[in-house]
Ligand binder design. Structure first.
Ligand SMILES: NC(=O)c1ccc[n+]([C@@H]2O[C@H](COP(=O)([O-])OP(=O)(O)OC[C@H]3O[C@@H](n4cnc5c(N)ncnc54)[C@H](O)[C@@H]3O)[C@@H](O)[C@H]2O)c1
Length: 355
């Protein structure tokens, strides 16, 4: 299997799961977060340190399935550099689908986003809902979905997974996703702010369940999943409820956490969706609850190390803007790769195809 973005938050957990299931794994990643998150598996995978926008068809040699996760992975980074976001999330996905068809790769699962449902008002949305994504990030995901749907045919079976907001522990940890952020804020500040009272809804899912959904969709018959869109959601929660779950869990660890209301934020995402179709098609329902996941995160996070918890590598927008400043390509982190390419020796990678 080829996993683009396999060194990212979801990607590492997915690679671990694919290896456990007996698959051979090749990762293609530009290693925004470095090689450390895949250090523990690098001897068992093949790593291509490359940008998905420069995709070389040889990356598909011997591959029978692709999981496509590479790209900018949230609203702030997409808004920071909309053109890089469009190239990575929309254009590169179209090119990857074309490469799969040229090389006879029959299956591709795509890490799309349930944020596509944002802006539709109240309601429980499913895959038949007519969507009108607003932000740079969700528009690029929707565009990529449409490319994939158009590319689907009797020999190429793309599967679109509209992942809810993910929570949980990964060796490449993100602390900029709502549950994970609340845990970090509770530890660092001992208080959680509920913007606008925290009444907004979000579909949530644990990172191990997302990995499992990709694995099941890679292995399911093409007639069941090919050319289909599936939401991947454990449960819809109000932000306020998530704060209470985190505060309550932390109090069991003798940490006192105060909840406070705060003004409505400028970006106010609010949407709910259902996992029903995935359950009906392949019998998979995400299992890991927010409460279970909080305990797991707490067992892995350096909870007594405030400097580490605040490190920008755990916050995509903080890290990417910092890379821009360090490398001097302000406003164009998409081009950081060209600068990085020259010192590719500093990464954990082993084989580069063709070398
Ligand atoms: N985490 C979530 O809550 C969530 C929810 C819905 C959808 N998604 C989608 O799932 C995918 C994975 O998300 P994540 O949370 O693991 O994000 P992440 O930022 O942790 O990982 C993305 C990975 O892709 C790599 N990458 C980025 N641009 C690349 C490029 N141009 N070429 C090659 N590699 C590149 C990065 O180095 C990183 O390893 C993304 O496509 C994201 O949009 C994530």
């Amino acid at each position: 299997m080829l996993v683009t973005g396999g060194a990212g938050y979801i990607g590492v957990v997915l690679c671990e799961r694919l290896l456990e299931a007996g698959h051979q794994v090749r990762v293609l990643d530009r290693l925004y977060w470095g090689g450390k998150p895949i250090e523990h598996i690098v001897d068992r995978i093949e790593l291509i340190h490359a940008d998905v926008r420069d995709f070389d068809d040889r990356a598909l040699d011997g591959i029978d399935g692709v999981v496509h996760l590479a790209g900018l992975s949230n609203d702030p980074t997409a808004e920071y550099n909309p053109s890089a976001n469009w190239e990575m999330n929309a254009v590169a996905t179209e090119a990857l689908a074309a490469a799969c068809k040229r090389r006879g790769v029959g299956r591709l699962t795509f890490g799309s986003s349930a944020s596509i449902y944002d802006g539709l008002g109240d309601g429980l949305f499913d895959e038949t809902t007519k969507v009108a994504p607003r932000g740079a990030y969700s528009r690029s995901k929707f565009e990529a979905e449409q490319h994939l749907m158009r590319a689907a045919d009797g020999r190429f079976a793309p599967v679109i997974l509209r992942q809810g907001t993910v929570y949980g522990y990964s060796p490449r940890m993100r602390l900029d996703l709502v549950v994970n952020t609340f845990i970090k804020d509770a530890l660092l500040r001992e208080r959680l702010y509920l913007h606008g009272g925290g009444w907004m809804w979000r579909p949530l899912v644990d990172v191990t369940d997302v990995a499992e959904a990709h694995l099941r969709c890679l292995e399911a018959p093409a007639s069941t999943v090919g050319g289909q869109i599936f939401n991947v959601v454990h449960e819809n929660h109000q932000i306020r409820q998530l704060a209470m779950l985190v505060a309550g869990s932390l109090s069991l660890h003798h940490r006192h956490v105060r909840l406070e209301t705060a003004p409505v934020p400028s970006i106010n995402r609010n949407y709910r969706c259902t996992n029903r179709k995935l359950q009906d098609a392949i019998g998979f329902t995400p299992r890991v609850t927010v409460l279970e996941s909080i305990e797991r995160i707490l067992s892995f996070l350096p909870i007594d190390d405030p400097i580490e918890l605040a490190h920008p590598r755990y916050y995509n927008i903080a890290w990417m803007t910092m890379i821009d400043e360090v490398i001097g390509t302000h406003g164009a982190f998409a081009d950081v790769w060209s600068a990085r390419r020259r010192d590719a020796g500093d990464v954990v990678g082993r084989a580069k195809l063709g070398s």
